[in-house]
Design a protein around this ligand. Sequence first.
Ligand SMILES: Cc1cc2nc3c(=O)[nH]c(=O)nc-3n(C[C@H](O)[C@H](O)[C@H](O)COP(=O)(O)OP(=O)(O)OC[C@H]3O[C@@H](n4cnc5c(N)ncnc54)[C@H](O)[C@@H]3O)c2cc1C
Length: 387
Amino acid sequence: MRTQVGIIGAGPAGLLLSHLLHLRGISSVVLEKRSRDYVERRVRAGVLEQGTVDTLVAAGVGGRLLREGLSHHGIELRYGGAGHRIPFEKLVPGRAITVYGQQEVVKDLIAARLEAGGDVRFEVEDVAVHSPGDRPYLTFGGERLDCDVIAGCDGFHGVSRPSVPPGVLRTYERDYPFAWLGILARVAPSSEELIYARTERGFALHSMRTPEISRFYLQVPPDAGEAEWPDERIWAELKARLETVPGFTLTTGEIIEKGVTPMRGFVTEPMQYGRLYLAGDAAHIVPPTGAKGLNLAVADVRVLTEALAAFFRDGSTELLDGYSGACLKRVWRAQHFSWWMTTLLHTFDSDDDYGRKLQLSYLDYVTSSDAAATTLAENYVGLPLEG
Ligand SMILES: Cc1cc2nc3c(=O)[nH]c(=O)nc-3n(C[C@H](O)[C@H](O)[C@H](O)COP(=O)(O)OP(=O)(O)OC[C@H]3O[C@@H](n4cnc5c(N)ncnc54)[C@H](O)[C@@H]3O)c2cc1C
């Protein structure tokens, strides 16, 4: 078997890359180790930057997103017994975020690929990368797929990054001393906009997916297990962290999914080796506080598509050679923003009164100065994309 681009992973990065390449007349095969049902149900991110929405719409996969996505023009920072709105419409006019579940993006992309006759293979076993330096090929389940280029879109725990010879990639990492317990609940959101709440008990986020489904997150210890968090405890803790302003009541309902996610920042440099290009979580991850992971995957894929289009059109490697450099600027901006939001809103060492005072001082600044609030707003809705 032969294809122009062998893609490992049917997450947002791999599927969008395959779709954008198809629009440019470039062939690809997507190899995914999980089932279609599994990847379509996997609940993860849900905040799409303006540029991500524009990219999906321009690629012809934004119909349902435009119909069902919830457009938001602000978020609330809640702390010290008061809520403070960050108004995007005033600070970054014309730019907003759209709340639309990552699994819905994945469903739309799979449908588009299959409708166009795309080759997306699920439940593929033992994918391995060979000769990434010059003549790359992939093996899986006893088969071999020769490729001009391999795109490693297989997430943080995939096989593509470890296939690069030792010493080539440099990694940068930051672990946080807490995790997030994420909850999906069958209950109407108690607020129209996202609420980022800082309390002495820890951080909480009130988010949503649809007018009937809410999404919540709680800061929990890094080693927390789901078993320690029965539904009653989750609702009690969410109420304690969110019902901190007069008149706000959290509506509770059936919890339909829960999971603990570690909080980590990670970047690999460069994001390429020979004919292997890493995109999305395979190359970098951010703590989810800034809602950047999925959006960064989309930004990488846009850059990679342009570079591959030039390569297959006239053999030019200039854009491919510059792929990593073109992506890393945005990656590091997102790393910083995610670190900043995490540092601002979470409870760290309870003995560190100095650190607590700094947090509160900065929160007061962000919620009272348009200059500071604009920094938050323009990073949150997403800085303009390349190209
Ligand atoms: C548990 C979790 C929860 C998250 N929650 C949030 C959140 O609440 N908010 C937020 O903003 N962001 C969140 N993120 C981040 C966001 O979801 C990711 O940034 C986004 O999924 C990146 O897309 P991707 O396509 O690069 O990687 P992924 O979505 O991880 O896709 C990689 C794909 O590769 C497949 N794969 C892996 N290894 C192999 C292999 N060996 N062979 C074949 N296929 C393979 C995987 O099954 C997967 O389908 C979360 C991430 C994780 C891991």
